[in-house]
Design a binder for this molecule. Structure first.
Ligand SMILES: [Fe+2]
Length: 341
């Protein structure tokens, strides 16, 4: 049976190996004595027959190890959304040069210590949908040297994205695991439309992936906590003009998620503002754009003077998480008379 190392920074002295759905800690002195295999690859859930766990050079009570691991081993991710880049850097969206505001967000990301472990781009990455705009995006992301995953929004061109956004560290993968969390990225865009919709094919894929993740862990254990990301909000945000373009079939989306309690977070863009709603144990988080911001609770199209921003998240192996919005100091004169975009 093939063994592969589990995140080695978790325990300093022992090495943790994972195979199939079973995790085992192999101590420097002996493999097995006092230990038992557990049906989870999450080191936090490794258990001894006693209530003591090894941590570094120490033996600590199980609850202490859990507390320490919560401090030292979250997966740090950044969500960037609605960049609306053009082929030409000088082009503006509602008066705002989107390349410049995006560069300000990148500079903020570069200043963070430690750097996020990965970057999620949740759609409307381009305003004109050209291959050149995605090549520009690729160039602008180079300084981050960060594993980056993306999905498409209503302004994007999926074929151009697939053609360009596929070179490391940018990955076209839509299902991956990192830091003890699963990530599933789904396409809610509808060609030629502003609103979102999940196709039967997408819903089947989501259900299949979540079921696969559950089955691989067996019936006696808990699968990895999971993030699902898409572009369109599955909820109204109390802005009539925006709510007409939300996800049109949220009920079928919820019906899938309701079958899999490992789903903890749903991340989305499109609304160019912060949003947080809880449903059935899942938190649904909307994030500011790196370009223009929309005025919350506005019945008609209205821009806000809020600054461009991004969302940062820390994801812990036990399924808990923390998040905050970061905004940058960038500002530019906006076309406030605009009635749409
Ligand atoms: Fe957008």
């Amino acid at each position: 049976m093939k063994l592969r190392p589990f995140k080695p920074c978790v325990l300093q002295q022992g090495l943790v190996y994972q195979f199939s759905s079973v995790a085992r800690i192999i101590n420097n002195k002996s493999a097995g004595a006092g230990y038992q295999e557990v049906a989870t690859p999450t080191a936090q859930l490794l258990c001894l027959k006693s209530n003591i766990l090894p941590f570094g050079n120490c033996l600590l009570e199980r609850k202490s190890v859990s507390a320490i691991m919560k401090q030292v081993s979250p997966l740090s991710i950044a969500q960037i959304t609605d960049i609306h880049l053009f082929t030409d850097d000088n082009q503006k969206l509602l008066g705002l040069p989107t390349t410049q505001s995006f560069q300000a967000v990148i500079e903020r990301l570069l200043s963070l210590q430690p750097q996020p472990d990965l970057l999620l781009l949740t759609g409307d990455l381009s305003q004109d949908g050209t291959p050149e705009s995605y090549e520009r995006l690729q160039d602008l992301l180079i300084p981050l040297e960060m594993p980056t995953y993306w999905l498409s929004g209503n302004h994007d061109c999926i074929s151009a994205m697939q053609q360009v956004l596929n070179r490391a560290p940018i990955s076209p993968r839509k299902a991956f695991t990192q830091g003890g969390w699963n990530f599933l990225l789904i396409d809610s865009s509808v060609p030629g439309c502003v609103h979102g919709n999940l196709s039967l094919e997408t819903l089947d894929w989501l259900d299949f992936r979540l079921r696969l993740m559950s089955d691989s862990f067996g019936s006696n254990s808990v699968p990895h906590p999971t993030v699902v990301a898409l572009h369109h909000p599955p909820f109204r945000v109390n802005s009539h003009w925006l709510d007409t373009s939300k996800l049109q079939n949220p009920e079928v989306f919820f019906a899938v998620l309701d079958r899999y309690p490992q789903v903890k977070l749903v991340l989305f863009g499109h609304i160019h503002q912060e949003f947080n709603r809880q449903r059935n144990g899942v938190h649904y988080l909307g994030s500011p754009s790196t370009s223009v911001q929309f005025e919350p609770q506005s019945s008609s199209f209205s821009l806000s003077h809020e600054k461009p921003g991004l969302r940062l998240l820390k994801l812990y192996p036990d399924g808990s998480w923390e998040t905050r919005i970061e905004r940058v100091a960038y500002s530019h004169k906006l076309d406030l008379a605009a009635t749409g975009y």
